[in-house]
Structures are given as structure tokens and as C-alpha cells.
Design a protein around this ligand. Structure first.
Ligand code: PEP
Ligand code: MG
Length: 660
């Protein structure tokens, strides 16, 4: 029995939909195959299915063979054509979002310049991924490689080896199920562990291991080779989401091997209080279960400022230096580590003056944290009584608690890029609406300013094809790309309109250089409203603002101010464009200075235009959190400053001092 159809599953057949599809396929006795572009895979294996990389609007054929082949074909084609039918009552697990974003370079604000101005001899340098200082005992987490046993089995031993393998898989699944039962897991971690458990149960892995054992190879060797082969397949797919599944398969293979060998994994459970975790990488499985409260700092060979580890570290206030590369191995034998998460420096076995300075910094930071607490709930005002909103820059829902604990008066910049980078597919309108609504609810009645997608040619994401560009920073990024791709932009605008029902949502556009871009966006918003109204979907109104981060926007600020409700000055980009100095290029770092008179003049011109038009002028670039510059910004007329949560109380204090 065979039928072809067009896939209407928005996310394509990956993770959650793949699990559902496989579950449905397994409920039939018949063999079920799914065929795309002449390539076929068993529909009863989530791994095989994911490797087929079926996307929305792909044409596929379902082929069934067996007693219930007609029912099977109907049910599976029915699911592909109408995936939401019958789902309402189903308990949907949180979607895993393991390390899909790891290693991608999204430009985030660099951590603030350190209090250590001078270089420390022998310091190793990595990516400053989560600010703060730490000194602690080194806890090296380099799980030993498991070597193939390469035993040759006699025919008589094969059945016993198959049984051993089946027991090991069962033990791993049981352990994962036990972890899932813990009520301390976040929805996100639960999704990650559930995905790993499903890989452990998957036919693709099991069938290959069983086939290899049947040729006389021992179970450990068979698992290692099967996991490596499947991981390599995931690694070759041109898609970051699927690439990250390679690590998942290897992690599951490792767990099965450990169970076969009767060995315990090197676990993070034993990490001593305040120790610095040193690792090549921390897999999603380890991170989901790590005792984060005890970890004093993190140093990793892999990872960047937007990797999963960085987000978790920042959300828990753990200083972290990532992306150390091979240098991390130099730290394996260290007794003690000093870590500067502001500058991305790591020192092994610090002694004497260096150690004293670190300890002094840590004490000072602790004292400052304590003293600043009184400002958490303060409402900072200018001398004339005008409230200055001190808000947070965040990029994921995981960071909400850190922002609220710091006393954020709303969110001044919600970077939506991460939402798009974490998954293989573009996030659906529903998923975005849920995310923005959760954000708005968390901060209501304070505003949350959501920035529309600001992605550019130097940062590919799944689902959007970018042209090769000579100068990506001057290319197809931000609002330029969004206006060219209403298929991406409209779902985001519709999601924002829907979320506006739940709180105080404001929306701002990145990289604006022309009034026409604002008008085109407004027209698109009106279209979205008309469509939502026609579909009887509830929506609210939001204020529309622009980021001022191109020289053009500064020069046309008076005209822009007539079009929008607020400005938010993006000093990170504004500085690089005004100074013509690439923000990622260390060679021109000296020019990339917000305090340069050219940049400060541009900020002042912007503020003057905004104030004259009576609209709010805020700032969400890194400079907004600098106590030394805050007096200048207030003098210019800015009434909103948005910054990383760690800077909020210090900024509130500075404003209080000015009006005292
Ligand atoms: C900026 O450019 O100042 C800004 C806040 O945006 P991003 O750093 O995300 O480009
Ligand atoms: Mg910017």
C-alpha cells in the first residue's frame, strides 16, 4: 500500500513530531516506510526519520506492508496532512533544545571591561561567557574514552551477549526515566532527557548493534561503532539542529557501554562546593542534572557566548569562560583555578599577588553585591522626578528569574535570535506567541521590548538561506532580511500581536536605516491585524520603536521620531558603524570605543531628536550599564537604560547618587 502526500507539519519531522509519528507508526503491525527524494527510512525509528530531514511542504510517500497496511497508511498520511488533529489531550513534553546553538556566534554584548586592567602573566584566554570572578579547587571532568573490547564471540555466546545488551539498554532507560521523575527538573531539561531516552530505545541503534553482535562482535564494540556511524550521519547533515543530535547519540552510546561494563559514569554529582568545573564540553545530559548551586565557575574547551552552557551559567550567576580550545587540557592537572568571567581569563594554580588580587576582587564583589541589594526594588528617578527605567537585556525565558531577582523594571531588549537558532526549523507562530506571552506575563505591568529577528549573513540559521556576502555586517541582516521574507516576519509580528493581550509588549526593529523600513513594517502589522481579526484570533496593540544603531538612523532621527513611539540606542553596533571598526575584530578594538567623541555626539543627536518629538529615548547597547557614562546619558535625556541583569543594581545606585 502506498500513498504520497505533502507534509503539513510546520516544524518538519524532527524531535517532537518525529516522536509522535514514530509512536503512531509503531501502533501498527505492518512495516512502514517513509520515502523522500528516493531515499527511504523506517517510520518506526525516530533516528532514521530525523536523518531523512523531512521539512514542511516536502512531498513524501508512505509505504506500508502487512495485515493493517490500509489503516496504517491512512493514519500516517492523516497525521502528516493534519498534525494537530487529536493532539489536544496529549501531554506534550517540552521540546529539547540541546546544544543546537552551541558554537554559533551570535554577537552578544561582551562582558564589561575588567577591573583588572593589567594583563596577568600566564593567563589563558577564552570567551567571556558569564561575568564574575571565582577561585576554587579545579574539578576536571574529562570522562575517559571507552575503548572497544574487540572480543570475538563464539556462536554459543552470541545469545548471552544479546541479552546483556538488552539489559544494558533497559538499565539506561530506567535511569533516564528515574531522572525524568525528579520534580526539580525544568521543562527544558525534561525535554532533553526524554529525547535521549528515546534515542536509547530507537530501532536504528538497536538493530545495528544486534546485527553486529550477531556477526560475533562483543556488545561494547558494537555499540561504539553503531553510535559513531549514526553520529557521523547526523554530523554530515547541513543543519545545526541535526548536527547537535550527533552528540546526543554519542552520549547515549556511552551510557549503554558503561552499563555493559558495569562502570559508573564520571558524574558531576561529586563536585565539591565552590569548585571550578573544567571540561572539554558539558553535554546536555550532564548539564541537565548538574548540581549548579555547588559550581563556583565553569571553564570549557567548547562553547561560545550564546551556547547552552553560557545561558545556563548566566542564568545561575556562575562565572564562565568558554571556547578555550585545546588550552583546556593545560588545566587538567591544576589544583586550583582563578577565573575572570569579565575578560575571559583563566589562571592555573594562582599564587601570591595574583591570588591575593583575585580574592580581593571576589570579596569586593561579594561586599558590593550585598550593599547593592538595597537598590533591587528602588525606582530610580532623575533629579526632576522623572522615573528612569532600568531594564534587562535577555535572550531566553531561562534568564527571566535572574533579571527579576536583580530588580529589572521590565525587559529593554529581548533578543529573539536564540529562539530561531535553537531549533532545526523556524519557530512556529504558536511557539513564538507562547514565548512572548510568557515573557510579558513575567514582567507585567513593566514593559518588555521584543526586538524582531536580527540575524545576518555571518550567522546562518536553519530554515533561512543566506547569500554569500563580502561584508555581512553591511549586508542582508535585521529588518532588511525580515522585510524581504514576510513568510518569516509575519509569523513573528502575529505572535507579538497575540502576546500583547498578556502584558505590556513593545516591539522594536533592528538595523533601521530608512523611514521606508518602518512604514513597510507598519503596513505588514496592519495586514497581520486584519488577518487575525478575520480568523477571530485575539490580539492586542503594541508600541513600535526602532533601534538607533546605524549612522543613517542618527541622521534621520527627527524623521524617524515622527513615525515611532520610542528609540533604543544600540551602542554596540552604532559604535562599529560610526567608527567603521568591526566590533569582532580585536585589531581595531581601540577604535571601537563608545566614549569616542564621534559616537557620543551621535548619541546626543539621537536623544535630542527623540526628546524634541516627545518620544521615549532609551539605550540597550552595552554602554547603558556603565556607571561612568550614566550621568551623561541622563543629561542627554534618556529615560530608559537596558543592560545585562548583573549590572542593574549598580546602575540604579548610580542614578540614585545623581539625584541625591
Ligand atoms: C547593539 O547593537 O547595541 C545591540 C544592543 O544589539 P546587538 O548587540 O544584539 O547587535
Ligand atoms: Mg545591534
Amino acid at each position: 500500500m502506498e500513498r504520497s502526500t505533502i507534509v503539513r507539519v510546520h516544524e518538519g519531522l524532527h524531535a517532537r513530531p518525529a516522536t509522535r509519528f514514530v509512536k503512531l507508526a509503531k501502533s501498527f503491525e505492518s512495516e512502514v516506510e517513509i520515502i523522500k527524494n528516493g531515499k527511504s527510512a523506517s517510520a518506526k525509528s525516530a533516528v532514521k526519520l530525523m536523518l531523512l530531514a523531512v521539512k514542511e511542504n516536502d512531498e513524501v510517500t508512505i509505504r506500508t506492508k502487512g495485515a493493517d497496511e490500509i489503516e496504517a497508511v491512512e493514519a500516517l498520511v492523516g497525521y502528516l496532512e493534519n498534525p494537530l488533529a487529536g493532539l489536544a489531550e496529549e501531554q506534550v513534553p517540552a521540546e529539547p533544545d540541546t546544544a543546537a546553538a552551541a558554537g554559533m556566534t551570535l554577537k552578544v554584548e561582551p562582558a564589561k571591561p575588567a577591573a583588572f586592567e593589567e594583563e596577568i602573566a600566564g593567563a589563558l584566554k577564552g570567551v567571556a561567557a558569564s561575568e564574575g570572578y571565582a577561585v576554587g579547587a579545579a574539578f576536571a571532568h574529562f570522562p575517559p574514552e571507552i575503548k572497544p573490547e574487540r572480543r570475538t564471540l563464539s556462536v554459543g555466546d552470541i545469545n548471552a551477549e544479546l541479552a546483556r545488551f538488552a539489559d544494558a539498554v533497559e538499565a539506561v532507560q530506567a535511569r533516564m526515566n528515574a531522572s525524568l521523575a525528579s520534580d526539580t527538573l525544568s521543562a527544558n531539561d525534561r525535554g532533553i532527557i526524554a529525547a535521549l531516552r528515546d534515542i536509547a530505545a530507537d530501532d536504528e541503534l538497536r538493530d545495528e548493534v544486534v546485527a553486529t553482535i550477531n556477526t560475533g562482535s562483543d556488545a561494547v564494540t558494537s555499540v561504539i561503532s553503531a553510535a559513531a556511524r549514526i553520529a557521523a550521519q547526523f554530523g554530515q547533515v547541513d543543519d545545526p539542529y541535526l548536527n547537535a543530535r550527533a552528540d546526543d547519540v554519542q552520549a547515549v552510546g556511552r551510557q549503554i557501554c558503561l552499563a555493559l561494563l558495569g562502570q559508573a559514569d564520571v558524574s558531576l554529582d561529586d563536585i565539591p562546593e565552590g569548585a571550578i568545573l573544567i571540561a572539554e564540553d558539558i553535554g546536555a545530559w550532564d548539564l541537565a542534572r548538574a548540581p549548579l548551586k555547588r559550581i563556583g565557575g565553569i571553564v570549557c574547551g567548547h562553547g561560545g557566548a550564546t551556547s547552552h552552557i553560557a545561558i545556563i551559567a548566566r542564568a545561575h550567576g556562575i562565572p564562565a569562560v568558554l571556547g578555550m580550545g585545546a588550552q583546556v587540557h593545560e588545566l587538567r592537572l591544576a589544583r586550583e583555578i582563578a577565573l575572570d568571567g569579565h575578560r575571559g581569563h583563566v589562571i592555573a594554580n594562582p599564587e601570591g599577588a595574583v591570588l591575593d588580587r583575585f580574592r580581593a576582587r571576589i570579596d569586593e564583589a561579594a561586599r558590593e553585591r550585598e550593599a547593592l541589594k538595597v537598590f533591587k526594588d528602588a525606582t530610580p528617578r532623575r533629579a526632576d522626578g522623572t522615573v528612569i527605567e532600568v531594564a534587562a537585556n535577555i535572550g531566553s525565558l531561562e534568564e527571566i528569574d535572574a533579571a527579576r531577582d536583580a530588580g529589572a523594571m521590565g525587559v529593554g531588549l529581548f533578543r529573539t535570535e536564540l529562539l530561531f537558532m535553537r531549533h532545526m526549523h523556524l519557530p512556529s507562530e504558536d511557539m513564538q506567541a507562547e514565548t512572548y506571552a510568557a515573557l510579558a506575563k513575567a514582567f507585567a505591568p513593566y514593559p518588555v521590548i521584543v526586538r524582531t529577528l536580527d540575524i545576518g549573513g555571518d550567522k546562518p540559521i536553519s530554515g533561512i538561506e543566506f547569500p554569500q556576502e563580502e561584508n555581512p555586517f553591511l549586508g542582508w541582516r535585521g529588518i532588511r532580511m525580515c522585510l524581504d521574507r514576510p513568510d518569516i516576519f509575519k509569523p513573528q509580528l502575529r505572535a507579538l500581536l497575540r502576546a500583547a493581550v498578556h502584558g505590556n509588549v513593545k516591539v522594536m526593529l533592528p538595523m533601521v536605516a530608512d523611514v521606508a523600513e518602518v512604514r513597510a513594517t507598519r503596513a505588514l502589522i496592519e495586514t497581520c491585524k486584519a488577518e487575525l481579526a478575520a480568523e477571530s484570533v485575539a490580539f492586542g496593540e503594541f508600541q513600535l520603536g526602532v533601534m538607533i544603531e546605524t549612522p543613517a538612523a542618527v541622521l534621520i532621527a527627527p524623521a524617524l521620531a515622527r513615525e515611532v513611539a520610542f528609540f533604543s540606542i544600540g551602542t554596540n553596533d552604532l559604535t562599529q558603524y560610526i567608527m567603521a571598526a568591526d566590533r569582532l575584530n580585536p585589531t581595531v578594538a581601540k577604535l571601537n570605543d563608545v566614549t569616542n567623541v564621534a559616537v557620543m555626539s551621535a548619541i546626543e543627536m539621537t536623544a535630542r531628536a527623540g526628546v524634541a518629538a516627545g518620544i521615549m529615548v532609551g539605550m540597550c547597547g552595552e554602554a547603558a550599564g556603565r556607571p561612568d557614562l550614566i550621568p551623561e546619558f541622563l543629561r542627554m535625556g534618556l529615560t530608559e537604560l537596558s543592560m545585562s541583569p548583573a549590572s542593574i543594581q549598580r546602575a540604579k545606585k548610580r542614578i540614585a547618587e545623581l539625584s541625591a
